[in-house]
Design a protein. Structure first.
Length: 531
């Protein structure tokens, strides 16, 4: 992930102030020392795996699906659907005896009301295709623009090192009202478009590098609301618009791009060591086009049911277990990033007290594989664009793999690609791990033979689409994966002795890209690389 240009603002608020009819006080959640318990990690795991059922999780999934249906089909951060999802989680936690905390922060919201259009007016009347030739960049402004295309500091050749539009000086003499044509490379999309706007451009088009794997239309993010319409284009389209000189185009974008508030939710188990926190998180938000019931209602509902059953079964872990539901993950891991950075800035000891982080994002994919994050980088290393797991991440991976093996269920590794909320934690050197059942990737024949399902089809054919409803969830996958979730939380809730001590001041190297440098895809879990 790459840095954002917008820094969310911190506000902690009582859940009562945010949830109609709920008298919820915000305190340091349930502080104290756990009374003696006959449970161990093993007995707690067995007890909770019986209590946490697919039927119980499905009840939460149906509630989230109904929330989306009542709110324009979405639970995206910054919408009424997300606010209602927040209220549902908070009220369920409160009913289970927790004192949830709601953290409010501002973030850049983006919605495309209708697809953008682009056509060449002269010299050759041509209508280009969205999304094959071009796409709207996230945080593009709205507008209808007719103007001359003016290339900026590019010779239109294939290169990975273009500085086109990266400096204000690149726009010397730029005619006001023209459409800036800049090439992708070396600086952020946001910087290029901002420089174009400052120079008086009416719109900006960023075309691809032209190198291997970087020829198609760019669907990237600007990182923050822009002042002018901005499109990402294929390398071929960039060349077409630049030659001959004097080409004019007409383009149209219709977007909502503005700063809005959203929320993280956390809840701690009572008692236990507060200097050895076991944290388990899932993002609660969907993308704007859909309900997000697999992505990531499944992870959110599983943790909610686990929290509920830990209370109902009177399981009292020796370490504090902190459950988290993140906001604005779909626009760049913003909620988890904000939470971690807020601790780093204002409560460094609180950050140090987090012993490990477990992440559960999409654990009910219809054409699923049992993926475990590759904590020891044995299959996916830095050369594959994966982040290096901090000390202890390999042990977390082994716990999951051993659990599945003990159940007679095969599993396999998935990389720390920066595509979900573990990212901010591993960047701070916190041991991390988790589970995943697949997104837009395609199941191989070998995987189909091992896990069932259909080779040659996506793990989740409704990924980031309107069809990601309750009908999209594979409850068999949820049942299998949720048992592994429960086992890991219960095991570490009672003991983290199997993990090595973190190195002083440890931090992990970031994942710079997911598969196929997917961090510039939109929308997707490959969120924040913007060059």
């Amino acid at each position: 992930m790459r840095p954002r240009t917008h820094a969310p603002k911190r506000r902690w608020a009582p859940a009562a102030a945010l949830t109609s009819g709920l008298a919820l006080a915000v305190t340091t959640a349930l502080v104290g020392t756990a009374p003696a318990s006959a449970d161990t990690g093993d007995t707690a795991s067995r007890k909770l795996r019986t209590a946490v059922s697919a039927a119980g999780i499905a009840q939460h999934l149906r509630a989230l699906d109904s929330i989306a249906a009542a709110n324009d089909g979405t639970r995206a951060s910054g919408t009424s659907g997300y606010a209602a999802s927040r209220d549902y989680v908070v009220s369920t936690l409160r009913a289970a005896g927790y004192t949830p905390k709601v953290q409010t922060f501002d973030f850049p919201f983006f919605k495309e009301n209708r697809p953008s259009t682009l056509r060449q007016v002269s010299p050759d009347a041509t209508t280009y295709t969205n999304p094959d030739d071009f796409a709207t960049m996230t945080y593009s402004a709205s507008g209808d623009v007719n103007g001359q295309v003016v290339p900026v500091d590019t010779d239109l050749t294939a290169t990975d090192a273009s500085t086109s539009g990266c400096e204000a000086a690149d726009f010397a003499g730029f005619p006001a009202g023209a459409v800036a044509l800049v090439q992708r490379g070396t600086c952020t999309f946001g910087a290029k478009v901002q420089n174009a706007a400052d120079a008086g451009a009416a719109a900006a088009i960023v075309f691809n590098r032209g190198t291997t794997g970087n020829t198609g239309a760019i669907a990237g993010t600007l990182g923050a609301p822009a002042q002018i319409p901005a499109l990402g284009a294929s390398f071929a389209l960039g060349q077409d618009l630049a030659s001959p000189s004097g080409t004019t185009v007409a383009l149209s974008t219709d977007t909502v791009s503005e700063i809005r508030p959203t929320y993280n939710i956390t809840a701690d188990t009572p008692g236990g060591r507060r200097d050895n926190v076991v944290m388990a998180g899932s993002h609660l938000d969907s993308v704007v086009p859909g309900a997000g019931i697999n992505d990531n209602g499944t992870g959110s509902a599983t943790l909610l049911e686990l929290a509920k059953q830990m209370s109902a079964q009177n399981v009292k872990p020796r370490n504090t277990v902190r459950f988290a539901w993140w906001g604005a993950e779909e626009l760049g891991l913003l909620g988890s990033t904000h939470y971690v950075q807020d601790l780093a800035d204002n409560d460094p000891q609180g950050l140090k007290d987090i012993r490990l982080y477990l992440n559960f994002d999409m654990i009910g994919s219809p054409n699923y594989v049992r993926f475990v994050y590759d904590g020891d980088n044995s299959r996916f290393g830095e050369a594959d664009g994966a982040a290096v797991g901090p000390p202890g991440s390999g042990e977390i991976e082994k716990l999951f793999a051993d659990y599945f093996a003990g159940q007679g269920l095969p599993s396999e590794e998935t990389p720390f690609s920066g595509r979900s909320d573990y990212g901010p934690f591993i960047e701070k050197g916190i041991a991390s791990g988790g589970l995943f059942t697949g997104a837009e990737g395609v199941k191989t024949a070998e995987q189909a033979a091992t896990y069932g399902g259909t080779a040659g089809e996506a793990y989740d054919h409704c990924y980031h689409q309107a069809c990601d409803t309750i009908a999209n969830v594979n409850l068999k996958a949820v049942d299998e994966m949720s048992d592994a979730v429960v086992h890991a939380v219960a095991t570490y809730g009672f003991s983290t002795a199997s993990l090595p001590e973190p190195a002083a001041g440890a931090s992990a190297r970031r994942a710079t890209a997911g598969p196929a440098h997917a961090a510039e895809l939109h929308p997707g879990h490959d969120h924040a690389a913007v060059r």
